[in-house]
Each structure stands twice: as structure tokens, then as C-alpha cells.
Design a protein around this ligand. Sequence first.
Ligand SMILES: C[S@@+](CC[C@H](N)C(=O)[O-])C[C@H]1O[C@@H](n2cnc3c(N)ncnc32)[C@H](O)[C@@H]1O
Length: 345
Amino acid sequence: METSNVMKPNQHYNLNSTPQLAAIQKSFSYIQKAVEEHRTKFNSQDVFFIVDYGCAQGANSFVAIQVIIQALAQKYGLTIENQISVIYNDLPQNDWSALFQVVSQSSVTSLASGKSFYQQILPSNTVQFGYTSTAIHWVPKKPCNLEQHCFALGGKSTAEELKMWSTQAAEDYRVFLQHRSTELKEGAVLVSVTLSRNSSNDTGNLPIYHNLYRSAITVLDQDELLNYNILVYYRSLEEQTDPTLLKELSFELICADLHLLPHPIYEEYHSKNIDFEEFIEKYTQCIRSWSESSLLRCLRKDRTEEEQLKINEEFWNEFRNGIRLQGAEPFKHNPYRSYIVLRKL
Ligand SMILES: C[S@@+](CC[C@H](N)C(=O)[O-])C[C@H]1O[C@@H](n2cnc3c(N)ncnc32)[C@H](O)[C@@H]1O
């Protein structure tokens, strides 16, 4: 099921993910804070594991990792770099070749882990610094089909559907944190940047999902449309920082904020660096990069490769048409994101 959650390969994601990069840039001060609050005991012989959970093809992840390493070097001295080993984690189907083209430039050891972050990745009590950005809103399985939309929070879910998705997402979050709690050393830290919804249940980016669903209605048959559900759920900040949950899993909350960032492609358009057609193309490629696998997964298995290619292209032309009709304004926000720093007790 999770194969539908991977990014479009062959550097496509690396080249079309500036909104996710902007979210990482916003996390720099949280990384700094996490390094200040890092309190483990270690000596000069110990390997210092940093893990990025959901690294994709590495271009953005590498930026975050470099900032983490610099902040650690400031606190612990430059020799820490000889001890650091970075684990880039993502699903087995991730484009690992694209990742290594980027991270092989690093001065520290870079290793890969192709395993779901809803499982334990490293041995217990080994991780010094955990990081994740724009990844854990992807849920590992679908609790039920959504009858009227591709997004559980798209405003069309029945109360029963919503209940099933929210319960599943809460359980998944617990499982994610439980494994991190096991892996992290006492006093180690976790920085989590996650797509979230605000107190009015707004995700900040609903027009994207409406446009995806409208495009799906145009090109898919009825069964495919029913299966066209994107396996994401945006949890609230409160859900992610529930004191009972954190205490139970031995985490101390260092800080937690919610931010609605501007969308870099909209900013380029707004400042007249690109025209409307360029905006449409760049924006479409950006959405295609993270959501195309969800479309391909729902296509009937008896469709020929040629048919699948045709549907895929028609879908994205419809998506472009949707933006053309609505204008750039509805697409001006990067979604709400939570920025959370936790320390393992
Ligand atoms: C939108 S990308 C974010 C990549 C990078 N962190 C960034 O900010 O640009 C989300 C990544 O999470 C990965 N992912 C989704 N579910 C996952 C899971 N259960 N375990 C590990 N990685 C997962 C996807 O494969 C994808 O590469």
C-alpha cells in the first residue's frame, strides 16, 4: 500500500520541492534549539547517529542535515564530525540512487535505511538526533475508502469516514513516536516538522486537493475514483503534543508552534519573476511530484501501459486547467505545519 506514498523518481522530487525546502529552512531555529537542549552522555569513541525519517531524494534533507551538523559542531567541537553517521530513512521504493547523488558530497558517513518509519529503524537506545520534515502526514494504510473526495479532510467525508481516518492517524502517530522513543538515547532530541491543520480544521491548502479530485473525476472510471484516496492525514498541533501521550512515551516537550508559510512558487509569480503560465507549470510539477504515485496506484490493473500514460497526462492537463480557471490566489499558501522539538526522558 505504501508504494503509493513515494515521490516521483529520477530527481523529479529534488527539482520540484521548493515548498518543502522552505519548510526546512523555517526549521533552522528549531534545530538550533534542539541542539541546545541535547543532553546525552557520550564519549569520543561513540558513533553519533543522526536520522532523517522520510528523506526522499535528499536535496532538501541534505540542507537540514548540514544545519544539524554545523550546530552540533558549534556545541561539541569540530571533531564531532568524525563520529557522526547520518541515516537517511525512507520507504524501500524511494529513489535511493537520486539520494546518493546528493548526499555523497557529505563530509560525514551517510547510510540509508529503506524501511517504514512506522517500524523501528535503528537498535534501541542508539539515536542522538532525530529529524523529520513533511513526511509523517503520510499514513501507512487506508482505514476505508472516501466516497466523495481524495482527501479525508477535504470537507466531504462522512462522520464515519472521518472518525476512521482520524483514529487510524492517531494510532499511527503513537506508533511513530513509540519507535522513536525506543531508538533515541536518554537526553536525545527529535525535531518534527509536519503538515498540520489549525484550530478551525483548516489545512491551508484545500484548493490543491479539490483540484486533484476534480481532475480525477474527469479521467477515472467509478471504481478507480473510489480508490483514488491520498494516504495523508493532517493532525492538529494539540494531537501531536498531547501531554498524556508524550509522558507515556517518555518524551518531554521542548517547544511546539504552528506556522503558515508563503508558497515560494506563488511568491515568484507575485513578484513577477515568472508569468502565469510558468506559475501553472511549476506548481503542477510540484504537486505531481508528491501525488502522482497515488493516482497511478488506483488505476485498473487491466489498463495497458499506453492507457495509463494517457490518463496520467490527461489528469495533469486537467489540473493545469483548474489553476488556469481559478487563478493563482487560492494556491498562495504552503500548508500549515507544526514545528515540534521533543527530548527523550
Ligand atoms: C514530501 S517527501 C519529504 C521529503 C523531505 N523530508 C523534504 O522535506 O523534502 C515525504 C517522504 O516521506 C516518505 N514516506 C512516506 N511514508 C513513509 C514511511 N512510512 N516510512 C518512511 N518514509 C515514508 C516518502 O516516501 C517521501 O519520500
